[in-house]
Design a protein around this ligand. Structure first.
Ligand SMILES: [Fe+2]
Length: 217
């Protein structure tokens, strides 16, 4: 495969930015960079499975760091498709409520390859996302979403790898169907099927289900 020159060295477009440590996904050092995501195919292997990544989450300690990163992605023709804003306040209907512990700064960037990079930062010191970063570090992959045609078949496949669905059925809404699964180490993956015109990475009720499920960890 063709090697690409980057400021960090060489990598292949199909290369994985992830390493697996005791069942958990982390970004390899220097891979969670705008430079890498600008050139990455979003096709890779995760837990031995060849996948197309729909989106992945990169975490930041604060909103300023998130915004600086978003600006760097924009220089690589990244286009903002969600946010920036505080989830759920600036994304969901007024009657949608979620405990403030789970609120996050959120922004999603669509890269020229078609892959989405979701940026998140804690909304407040000590909240769930802040604790997540403290526990697992900034290299931790909060979750990665995998494009699939058939969620039921894909879920069965991932169950064989030790990933247990967090809900009995996929969550459906707004031309977006998602199913969140977690392994015994606590790594979350998302199986996603979307209409081509929809570039959202969540539907309020769906992501609410995911975030609430994290409380049970
Ligand atoms: Fe997601």
């Amino acid at each position: 495969m063709k090697q690409l020159e980057t400021s960090k060295g060489k990598f292949s477009p199909g290369e994985s930015p992830f390493s697996e440590k005791l069942g958990l996904l982390e970004f390899k050092p220097d891979y969670a960079t705008p430079d890498f995501f600008a050139r990455w195919s979003f096709h890779t292997k995760i837990y031995g499975e060849a996948v197309e990544v729909d989106h992945l989450v990169v975490s930041f300690l604060d909103f300023t760091s998130l915004e600086n990163y978003a600006a760097a992605l924009a220089k690589f023709q990244g286009r903002v498709v969600e946010g920036p804003g505080i989830f759920p306040l600036e994304f969901c209907p007024q009657n949608y409520s979620l405990t403030a512990d789970l609120w996050i700064h959120l922004e999603t960037i669509l890269m020229p390859s078609g892959g989405l990079v979701v940026l998140q930062a804690p909304h407040a010191e000590g909240d769930r996302t802040h604790r997540f970063i403290q526990e697992r570090g900034l290299a931790a992959v909060h979750h990665v979403a995998i494009k699939v045609d058939d969620l039921q078949t894909a879920a069965l496949n991932w169950q064989e790898k030790g990933f247990i669905p967090l809900s009995l059925e996929p969550v459906v809404g707004d031309s977006l169907t998602q199913w969140f699964l977690r392994n015994s180490a606590g790594q979350i993956i998302e199986l996603i099927n979307r209409s081509p015109e929809n570039q959202a990475t969540f539907f309020c009720q769906n992501i609410g289900g995911l975030r609430m499920s994290e409380i049970k960890v």
